[in-house]
Design a protein around this ligand. Structure first.
Ligand SMILES: [Mn+2]
Length: 356
C-alpha cells in the first residue's frame, strides 16, 4: 500500500465531509496500492475508512499480491459479494468514485439505507494531480519513449502506408522502446487532419497533405502524449503560415506555466496567439489536459479553469488550428510545473518539416 498517498486522499476526503471511500478506478487503485488490473465487468474495489480499515474486494480468478495492512476479501462469481461490501461499510456519508458502476452501487444503496452516498472522486483526483518525485521520473521516461517514437514514425511517412498502418508503426516503436501496451493512435492525413479527433482509417497519403501524429502510450504505467504535424512532399503558403501560428501558440502556452497561475491563463496565452492571427474560430478545443496514470485526467487546461497551477502538476499544451475540408495543425507537448516555472517533458523539434 502507498500509505502516504492513502493518508493524503483520506485527509482531503475529511475536508469534504466524508470518512469512508470506495475506489474502483484501476488507475486510482494502482496509485494507492501499487498494483491493479482491469476487472472487466467484475468488481474490483478498495474500501478505506478513517479507522484505518482497508479492504479490497477482488475476484479469485485474478491475481492480486498480498500487502501488509490490506485485507483482501476474495469472492467467486457465484458469491453475494455486494453483501460482503455492505457488511464492511459504516453508517453515514460515504464517498464513491465516478467509476463505480451502477450495478454495484445501487445494490449497496438498497442494502444500506443508513449511508449517504457522495462523489468521492475529487479527493483521489486531487491527490493524483500532484506528481511526486518518483512519478515525475516515470513521466520523463515515458515522454522520452514518445520523443524517440515520433522521429522513427516520421521516417516511415510514405505512400505505402494508410493512417492505420502508420498507427501500427507507432505502436511497434512504442513497444520496442518499452511501452506497456499498444494504443490506438491518432494519425491523420490531409483533410482528416482538420478533425481534431479523427479516428485513423484506411486513407492513404497524398502529396501536399498535412500529417498529424498524436501519439500516446503508457510506459511504466504513466502516459506520454505528444503531437507533431509534418507535411508530405509539399507545403502551401497557408499551411506554412498556420503551422507557424500553432507553433507560436504552443510556445506561448508553455511559457505561461508557473506556480500560482490559473490554468485558464495558460489557455489564454496559447489562444491569444491564434486569435490575434485571425484563426480563433478554428481552435475548437481546450488547450490541454492533465496526464499521468490516465491519458486524460485532471486538471483541465481550458478557458474556464480557475484552478491554480502548482508544482508537480503534469499536463499537455496542445493548441491547434483546424480548417474544415482543408487541413489541420496541432503541436502538443507535456509539461510539468516546477517550483519556479516549467519543465517541458518533450524535446522532439517543432520546426516545420516537409517529408520528401
Ligand atoms: Mn493530448
Amino acid at each position: 500500500m502507498k500509505t502516504s498517498r492513502i493518508e493524503r486522499v483520506m485527509e482531503k476526503l475529511n475536508t469534504m465531509g466524508m470518512g469512508q471511500l470506495i475506489v474502483s478506478d484501476p488507475d486510482s487503485l494502482y496509485y494507492l496500492l501499487g498494483h491493479s488490473y482491469d476487472p472487466g465487468e467484475r468488481l474490483l474495489a478498495l474500501y478505506l475508512n478513517d479507522d484505518g480499515k482497508a479492504v479490497l474486494f477482488h475476484n479469485h480468478m485474478f491475481h492480486f499480491p498480498e500487502q501488509e495492512g490490506l485485507n483482501i476479501a476474495y469472492y467467486d462469481d457465484i458469491d453475494d459479494y455486494m453483501g460482503v461490501v455492505a457488511e464492511n461499510v459504516k453508517p453515514g456519508a460515504i464517498g464513491v468514485d465516478k467509476f463505480l458502476r451502477a450495478k454495484f452501487l445501487v445494490p449497496l444503496m438498497e442494502r444500506r439505507s443508513d449511508i449517504q452516498v457522495k462523489l468521492g472522486s475529487p479527493a483521489v483526483d486531487w491527490a493524483r494531480k500532484y506528481k511526486d518525485a518518483e512519478e515525475l521520473e516515470l513521466m520523463r521516461a515515458s515522454s522520452l519513449v514518445n520523443d524517440k517514437t515520433v522521429g522513427g514514425a516520421i521516417g516511415h511517412v510514405g505512400e505505402d502506408l494508410t493512417e492505420q498502418e502508420m498507427g501500427d508503426v507507432v505502436c511497434d516503436l512504442h513497444m520496442s522502446l518499452g511501452a506497456d501496451a499498444r494504443m490506438e493512435q491518432l494519425v491523420c492525413y490531409g483533410v482528416n487532419s482538420a478533425e481534431p479527433h479523427h479516428a485513423s482509417d484506411r486513407t492513404k497519403i497524398q502529396p501536399g497533405d498535412a500529417v498529424i501524429f498524436d501519439i500516446y502510450a503508457p510506459v511504466g504505467h504513466y502516459f506520454c502524449d505528444m503531437t507533431r504535424t509534418v507535411f508530405y512532399k509539399d507545403v502551401t503558403e497557408e499551411q506554412r503560415k498556420v503551422y507557424e501560428i500553432v507553433k507560436a501558440a504552443n510556445a506561448a502556452g508553455k511559457a505561461a506555466v508557473r506556480p500560482g497561475v490559473p490554468l485558464k491563463e495558460i489557455d489564454r496565452a496559447a489562444r491569444q496567439v491564434i486569435e490575434e492571427a485571425g484563426y480563433g474560430q478554428y481552435f475548437t478545443h481546450r488547450t490541454g489536459h492533465g496526464c499521468g496514470l490516465a491519458l486524460h485526467e485532471p486538471p483541465d487546461v481550458s478557458s474556464v479553469s480557475e484552478e491554480i497551477v502548482e508544482p508537480g502538476m503534469t499536463f499537455s499544451v496542445e493548441p491547434g488550428i483546424y480548417i474544415p475540408g482543408k487541413f489541420g495543425v496541432r503541436v502538443e507537448d507535456l509539461v510539468a510545473c516546477t517550483e519556479d516555472g516549467v519543465e517541458v517533458l518533450n524535446y522532439y523539434p517543432r520546426d516545420l518539416v516537409v517529408v520528401e
